[in-house]
Design a protein around this ligand. Structure first.
Ligand code: ADP
Ligand code: ASP
Ligand code: MG
Length: 409
């Protein structure tokens, strides 16, 4: 008997009819002789609605109370799905994160899972019960409700699969797998049958929200067999996240293109070009817990230089405030912010054994007149920061230039 964790996202449980559809799928998977743990998200749009509601009451909501509010979306869907399972004649019991005891740290709105109690779930499974768990939430040591960050139900699913040593974790969503890029932007995008764990980690961290980055990290750490599939389609194989590169397959150079609009650029103009300047600028930013992504220091002239870096867009105003505070002390002339930035990345393990990926990427963008403002690379990815208005064009032309629309061998 296999133990399978199935996670269904917001669109898949977006209406009562769709919840009934999920119940039928779960019932079938159990009837095939499996033990099933189901993790569900809130109904689509619900988490956004709850966040907006909180902001109407307090413009920058208290994080502890915000988690109390936004965790309720998932509580509704676990109850509804359990009822739908009962209607299918299946024994089912729902649990919130705190009822399971998904223990997290106390970083409200972005908590990390530390430990999961298996006891209740094992007992139910042994009784032939389907266990329905609320995604996205946990509880800290002091009993406070926490949430795991947007898209966090993926992480709940993989973490439960790791804790229960499940045979597979299946992430059911509104696309039938991981594509070469977001199919909403490039209709020619192709579904990948397999993607390496390393590539998936890069894709997720560079903006492909089909899986939350932490879920991929968990899968890597605990070697969880992870698959992405459609909840609207019957019988597809989806995309398997593999731990080995498939040596029998002609590896494409690039496996996928990821992108994000969530970028802002800060530039400090006219700073004295002397040792320690990067530290003087980025030190206070790091202390404020703001993630810095790409960095550029221009060649100095007349003893002065310009220094630019990118941060998540939502952090731009705070970062400007911090830099304005230290500007005089640094002897800088001006601090500028630009929130209309985007980042496009090409990802592929094939890059390790091929040269010329960067030049092909840069030439393709140049031919479209798209200016590259910053570049960063790792062994298996190249990212560029560009103006947001060129984002969709950039993704489309790169997808074509790397022949991702062609069926691979
Ligand atoms: P869920 O609510 O099921 O968690 P999400 O909206 O979080 O679903 O993730 C699925 C969406 O991710 C898809 O509808 C698609 O638009 C988007 N997406 C972004 N990049 C990719 C990709 N490379 N492959 C597949 N989907 C992608
Ligand atoms: N409901 C949460 C969100 O919208 C978690 C999730 O769907 O994974 O971010
Ligand atoms: Mg999601």
């Amino acid at each position: 008997m296999a133990l399978i964790v199935q996670k269904y996202g917001g669109t898949s449980v977006g209406t009562p009819e769709r919840i009934k559809n999920v119940a039928r799928r779960v019932a079938r998977a159990q009837a095939e002789g499996n033990q099933i743990v189901v993790v569900v998200s809130a109904m689509s749009g619900e988490t956004n609605r709850l966040i907006a509601l909180a902001k109407e009451v307090q413009s920058s909501p208290d994080p502890r109370e915000l988690d109390v509010v936004i965790s309720t979306g998932e509580q509704v869907t676990i109850g509804l799905l359990s009822m739908a399972l009962h209607a299918e004649g299946v024994k089912a019991r729902s649990y919130t994160g705190s009822q399971v005891r998904i223990l997290t740290d106390s970083s409200f709105t972005k908590a990390r899972i530390q430990k999961i109690d298996e006891e209740n779930m094992r007992r139910d499974l042994d009784e032939g019960c389907v266990v329905v768990v609320a995604g996205f939430q946990g509880v800290d040591d002091a009993g406070n409700i926490t949430t795991l960050g947007r898209g966090g139900s993926d992480t709940t699913g993989v973490a439960l699969a790791a804790a229960l040593r499940a045979d597979e974790c299946q992430i059911y969503t509104d696309v039938d797998g991981v594509y070469t890029t977001d199919p909403r932007i490039v209709p020619e995008a192709r579904k990948l049958n397999r993607i390496t764990f390393e590539e998936m980690l890069e894709m997720a961290s560079l903006g492909s929200k089909v899986l939350q980055i932490r879920s991929v990290e968990f899968a890597g750490k605990y070697k969880v067999r992870l698959r992405v599939l459609s909840s609207f389609q019957e019988g597809g194989e989806g995309t398997l996240i593999t731990f080995e590169e498939d040596i029998n397959m002609e590896q494409p150079i690039i496996s996928g293109i990821a992108f994000t609009r969530d970028e802002a650029k800060l530039t400090v103009l006219g700073v004295p070009d002397r040792p320690g300047i990067a530290y003087q600028i980025l030190g206070p930013i790091a202390e404020a817990n703001i993630d810095v992504d790409m960095i550029i220091q221009n060649v100095g002239q007349d003893g002065l230089t310009d220094f630019s870096f990118t941060v998540p867009r939502g952090e731009m105003d705070r970062a400007i405030g911090i830099l304005e505070g230290v500007k005089t002390h640094m002897g800088a002339r001006e601090v500028r912010g630009d929130r209309s930035m985007a980042k496009v990345s090409v990802v592929g393990v094939g890059m390790r054994s091929h040269v010329g990926v960067a030049s092909r990427m840069f030439r393709t963008l140049a031919e479209e007149g798209i200016n590259i403002q910053m570049i960063s690379t790792s062994e298996i990815k190249i990212s560029v920061a560009i103006e947001e208005k060129y984002l969709e064009l950039a993704v489309r032309v790169l997808h074509k230039a790397f022949e991702l629309d062609q069926v691979s061998a």
